[in-house]
Design a protein around this ligand. Sequence first.
Ligand SMILES: Nc1ncnc2c1ncn2[C@@H]1O[C@H](COP(=O)(O)OP(=O)(O)OP(=O)(O)O)[C@@H](O)[C@H]1O
Ligand SMILES: [Mg+2]
Length: 553
Amino acid sequence: MSALRSLNPYFWKHKKLLAWGVLFIVLGNFFNIFKIPFIGKTVDEIEHALTLSEAQLADLTSIIITNVLIIIGSSVLSGFFSFMMRQTIIVASRKIEFELKNTIFRKYEALSLTQIKNSSIGDLLNRLSEDVVAIRMYLGPGVMYVANLAVLLLITSIYMLKSDMEMTLWTLIPLPFLSFIIYRVSSIINKKSKILQETQSDISTFVTDAFSGIRVIKFFSKEQYFFGKYAEKVGVNQDKAMDLAKTEAYFFTIIQMVIGLLNVAILIIGGNKYFANQISVGEIANFFMYINILIWPFSMVGWITSVNQRAAASMTRVNEFLNAPIEIPNFNKEDYTIEGNIEFKNVSYTYPNTGITALENVSFRIRAGEKVAITGKTGSGKSTLALLITRQIQPDSGEILIDGIPIEQHNVEVLRREIGYIPQESYLFSDTIANNIAFPLEEGEYDLELIKKYAIKADIDKDIQGFTKAYQTMVGERGVMLSGGQKQRLCIARAMIKQPKILLFDDALSALDTETEEKVLRNIQEDSTGITLILITHRQSTISQADTIIYLD
Ligand SMILES: Nc1ncnc2c1ncn2[C@@H]1O[C@H](COP(=O)(O)OP(=O)(O)OP(=O)(O)O)[C@@H](O)[C@H]1O
Ligand SMILES: [Mg+2]
């Protein structure tokens, strides 16, 4: 479980809260046990009541009332401190979970595109949310129940030993076996719920796919086929759920059975001792209560052990993710502008996950202010070239120079600001049109007028005015359906609003008619003279107007 050690700094950060938690555990358990002897004493007093005189009875009443008040007061205090124990330890675990999630998300954003597409990291990403939950179980309940049991066991043992040694042994010895059995049952439950979860996520993937592809399903009349597959998957899920429920049923059955057996043991041993005049009825009653208090934490420790094993496995995965090297480090923090000269010298790139060599020994030069067309067969590596220019991936060999300086020495943030990139597949966020266009800018750097200005340049303003809510219209998953050409033009407006020195279209004018395309390109060049335009395209008319043509074979 050494992987869990990497959580120690987080524990250390919240040491105050956790220290309070431990204090509350001690106090909570102390008051929980403290009341028990008073219950036994009260029972013993009542037992003798029949033989007492009037005056003695009055005394007895006051003794019983005092005992009852102590019992109530001690229960209230115990409850209060248990509440405080959760308020500190569970709160600390939630805080650590929050910090861990933030660290993971930051790391995710720092990874390169190839790392994110890389299947093993992709798998990790899918599991991270599940893993964080498993780790939180260790941080919160795990820590709490173990500390709780340790304290409780110590205090109860002292009380029990003071009362009767033999009965203490008889009742304590079976409890570790209970922990072990619960641990085994919990491990099986864990395995089965993992299988259940897998069938669950299988269904989710399937349903998401069916939703996104509903048009295709309908067009090819595949509804019945998809329904059949869905029913099959749900059936598997149900079988696994039933299987899990059966095992879960053992959990409480075992605990109840052990409680029953221990109570019988106390009754037999205690009864014999009572008749031998070695113990009072009240003390037997106390033992019933000690056992019932101890059963739960002993069971929880069995459960927690299996939870901790799972947490350790999760932590190993999270560490693997957090320790993945940063492929595209940014050493340069200077702020400057670039002119827009680009040079490739014998650049090669092979996708690590598939081993496909997308580019081999590519060399060319683009001067600032040029209009360049990049063309070639599909799959010839045009989009890969765009990823290299924007430094989203790193060449395996060769050199890329921007303004004569190797791309690695540039400030990545400056590059991303100065290069407007419109990807081949337009992606819009589930947000308003205005926010999607203004996406690259910071709050306060823009107003509706600026957004409108660039929407006009991208020739999309007229379309936007046609929507009932105009610029406040929601787009993306939860919004209006936009045509392919509308999406592309929104993406163009979004890239232009940064006023970059280089604009790189990855086939991002393909859904526009020739006339609109020319209009948009004219607008761009009017807006910023000297802008370098790189157009990845299959269109003859665009290619023929370029200053330079790069043809990839
Ligand atoms: N993320 C990726 N992982 C693995 N291989 C990839 C990846 N992206 C592209 N490839 C492969 O690299 C090669 C070049 O792909 P690229 O997308 O650069 O072609 P393209 O010229 O842009 O094609 P198109 O005109 O169809 O857009 C292809 O063989 C493709 O299968
Ligand atoms: Mg492409």
